[in-house]
Design a protein around this ligand. Structure first.
Ligand SMILES: NC(=O)c1ccc[n+]([C@@H]2O[C@H](COP(=O)([O-])OP(=O)(O)OC[C@H]3O[C@@H](n4cnc5c(N)ncnc54)[C@H](O)[C@@H]3O)[C@@H](O)[C@H]2O)c1
Length: 544
């Protein structure tokens, strides 16, 4: 039988470890841990080295004690799945498994792995036996069974419960288990604690596991590292000892002098804080969806309206929603609360109205962007079927390479359903897993909500912008990546070879650029940009 392989985004193939590799790997780590102990370092295992765990692991490994010596030895522990195993050899070579704009990420990982030698990565669960602290940074998915109906979904608890069980089977009794994963409120006390306590009792351990919760507020992007290290944290523990331990640990690894910790009484409060925080943001984005439509129909430029409102200090956090609200957190976190209310906390009544509605609106916003593409092409007497459409931006937000729940995905799926031929460009995304792996069974597989999706498996992200513009019929500005903010309309049209439809989904074009495109015979439309018709009339009357 062929040995399964894991392929990194830069195309390198890594064979997954075989049965006989585990023993050797554990011996390697044991040796490193023995050396670290001799230096008086605390052993920290970070479980899951994804977007959060890999950078958190480096931050912990980079910390020094009062005398300036490295105080922690960090083992990044990662499941050897075909999708994620490559992160281990990459990390062990001093290479970051996440791509980010933040210039601190790459050197920090390189420094900790190759120079300070305070960071290693491995695939063996047995390293949990060596831990003084375990930081849990695995994902917790929320499966949505329908597009635009978060209520008809569920939290994928099995994998997380399995992780708790694995941790409890291996860790020393006095090890601190810090759950950073965003969980459904009630998980730490009502799921993790009883499950881990049961395993402890089976192991003959009389004390309770020391479990704490402190959620991440990381923003992958230009301030990736600072958004973890130099940022306020909320935490709590299942008992006083766990609380004391988590406060001590976070004070040692984060910049809590400048960004003090908030310690809450119980983990359910820390868990709820995270879910409310993200539901709040999802809601203030969602409510602008209806005003965006209003603006398009009534000659209003919502971008200028928001700018005017934001000058009022009480309203300065108003944000224009692009084509759908993506990222790993905002589309699911409110759902964790709705789900927990019934399935962990046991309430039958429907407490939540606003939170699920906001998520449903955000999840379907990009379908309207697809209508704008269709209408702009129609106004140029071109059918959407067979039209060549270039999408600028695959990731969920500007200047990051994370495509999870990106608005562009739904937009592309709908356009493909309507028969369009899709090209995509993104400077940060090498592989778009949501399309490449769409035939695999996965809860994140959105192809099931649309027809005619087969060919999208072969969709590849273009890197040469000028080349990808050649002969297109429509251009969609979908993400506010730096490279797209000041594109010169003359160059775009020259590269395309003829006038095209331009759809601005993120308030990227100023009025001068819109006029420039219109003067060159293009059709321009934009989410929330009802004033374009006015500019078009001005241009055609030659007033400007
Ligand atoms: N990405 C963000 O911007 C962000 C921001 C704030 C909070 N969070 C939260 O942080 C948590 C982690 O998110 P992420 O973005 O890093 O996810 P991710 O998918 O990038 O990383 C999770 C990693 O954990 C690994 N993993 C899963 N099960 C494992 C197991 N049993 N043992 C070892 N490794 C395992 C996966 O293979 C993966 O590499 C989530 O709860 C998320 O909601 C994420």
């Amino acid at each position: 039988m062929n040995q399964p392989i894991s392929i990194s985004p830069d195309g390198i193939k890594y064979p997954l470890p075989k049965e006989e590799d585990y023993k050797k790997e554990m011996a390697r780590i044991e040796k490193l841990v023995a050396q670290a102990r001799k230096k008086g370092q605390e052993i920290v295992v970070v479980m899951g080295v994804g977007f959060v765990g890999s950078v958190m692991a480096a931050i912990i490994a980079d910390t020094t004690d009062k005398s300036g010596k490295s105080g922690k030895f960090v083992i990044g522990m990662q499941r050897p799945s075909t999708r994620s195993y490559w992160k281990i050899p990459k990390l062990n070579n001093g290479v970051s498994p996440v791509k980010a704009e933040d210039p601190e990420v790459d050197p920090m990982i390189r420094r900790c792995v190759l120079e300070k030698k305070t960071l290693v990565a491995t695939f063996v669960y047995d390293v949990l036996k060596l831990a003084d602290v375990v930081v849990v940074d695995v994902q917790l998915d929320y499966a949505k069974n329908e597009l635009g109906n978060v209520r008809n979904g569920e939290v994928e608890m099995n994998a997380l419960e399995e992780s708790f069980e694995i941790i409890a089977r291996h860790i020393p009794p006095q090890c601190l288990v810090l759950i950073e994963t965003t969980v459904a409120p009630g998980t730490t006390e009502q799921v993790a604690l009883p499950a881990m306590r049961k395993t402890f009792r089976q192991r003959g351990i009389k004390s309770d596991p020391l479990i704490a919760h402190s959620y991440e507020r990381v923003m992958p992007g230009r301030d990736y590292v600072a958004s973890i290290r130099d940022f306020w944290r909320v935490c709590s523990g299942v008992n006083e000892k766990a609380k004391r331990r988590v406060v001590k640990f976070l004070n040692e690894v984060l910049n809590t002098k400048k960004f003090p910790l908030t310690v809450l009484d119980r983990p359910i409060e820390s868990e709820t804080a995270k879910v409310v925080e993200n539901s709040y943001r999802a809601t203030i984005l969602a409510f602008l969806d209806e005003w965006s439509l209003f603006a398009e129909r009534n000659g209003v430029d919502l971008i200028k309206v928001i700018k005017a409102i934001k000058l009022r200090p009480t309203h300065s956090n108003m944000i224009f929603p692009g084509p759908g609200i993506g990222g790993y957190c905002l589309p699911k976190d409110g759902g964790l609360g709705v789900w927990a209310n019934r399935h962990i906390l046991g309430f039958e009544d429907d407490t939540f109205r606003m939170t699920p509605l906001a998520i449903d609106i955000n999840d379907t916003r990009s379908l309207h962007a697809a209508q704008l593409v269709r209408d702009a092409l129609r106004n140029m007497s071109l059918p959407i079927a067979s039209a060549e459409v270039l999408i600028l931006g695959a990731s969920y937000r500007e200047d990051v390479g994370d495509t999870r729940y990106s608005g562009s995905e739904i937009l592309i799926r709908r356009l493909t359903e309507m028969g369009a031929e899709i090209r995509v460009h993104d400077p940060y995304v090498d592989q778009w897993f949501e399309f490449e792996n769409q035939e695999e069974h996965s809860i994140n597989n959105k192809s099931v909500f649309f027809r005619n999706q087969k060919k999208l498996k072969d969709l590849r992200v273009q890197k040469d912008l000028i080349k990808s513009l050649k002969n297109i019929d429509a251009l969609v500005l979908a993400v506010r990546h730096e490279a797209y903010l000041s594109l010169d309309p003359s160059k775009v049209i020259k590269a395309a070879g003829h006038p095209i439809a331009i759809i601005d989904c993120f308030g990227i074009l100023d009025d001068d650029r819109i006029r420039h495109y219109l003067k060159m015979g293009c059709e321009v439309k934009g989410l929330g940009r009802g004033h374009i018709k006015r500019l078009k009339d001005q241009v055609s009357k030659n007033k400007i």
